[in-house]
Design a protein. Sequence first.
Length: 319
Amino acid sequence: MRIASHLDTGRLARQGSTGPTLPELDRDDLRAYRLDRALQVCAGFMRGNCVEREYSDAAMSAFSDTRHGSPFAVGDFAIPTAVLTRTVDVAAAGAAILTRPGPFVPPLRARSVVLSLGAMLLDDMPLPAALPGQSTTPAATWVPDNPGTNVAESDITLDQVPVAPHLLTATTGYTWALLAQSRSSESVDQIIREDFAERIATALDIAALQGPGSDAPTGILSTSGIGSVALGANGAVPTFANIVDLEYQVAIENADKGNLGFASTPAIRKLLRTTERAPGSGFVWDAGMLNRPAVVSNDVPSDLTKGTSSGICHAVLYG
């Protein structure tokens, strides 16, 4: 038995795409949907129609035309991504398999930071997509009163930025005992949903920061031609001047707009909290850096290589 959670490409395909369109759940169905019940249906514990079975059958049917290919394999059971972001009552959570009453203890995971720092999330787009853009701006010209000649024309140049879709999946397995108990406990549904949501959020964060491209998106650290600050041939300990220079690299490209902030590793924060900007002037990393938000996550790489410093260099990002 394999349960597949996927990014809802149906939402991307609705606006004129020639690809398959996945079904949607209305508000009532979304509220009634339970992941543990979906597992029970998949495992054969439940018979008859239910919203979980109907969605999976419709999703499989949408990809039955082999011209488009299918992300599903035989035996898969499709669940909608919207279920993973549904608001839940955390206070209602209990333990999965109890020996005595007590709260469920989730695993500690790396903090997801990309969206919290202001990254734009686009949905309801056609698939494949091309974002309209503007590559040049018209000139503004000062002229005397009644110049006698027309000002030379200066036009806007429009272009497109192609957006290639990437498919993110998460799979998991559960024991028969857990599925059997989940029939009388909504706690298992919450555990399953939160586990999928956390794993997808972490994968998105890592892809945005350092995705290698190809099957995964190309992340910031894998993008060539963006502003960077080199700290020596073999790396170096960052200073206040380096942080200021990082801010400068964004500003000279006219990109210092919107929600800007820093992201790095816990080790870099620890270091910069004890590094003074100048003697007696305060520390580089206080509530933030340079009056901007600064966050840490173990999704930011700490195993980079620079020269002879192999696998020990940390990244600091700003934007």
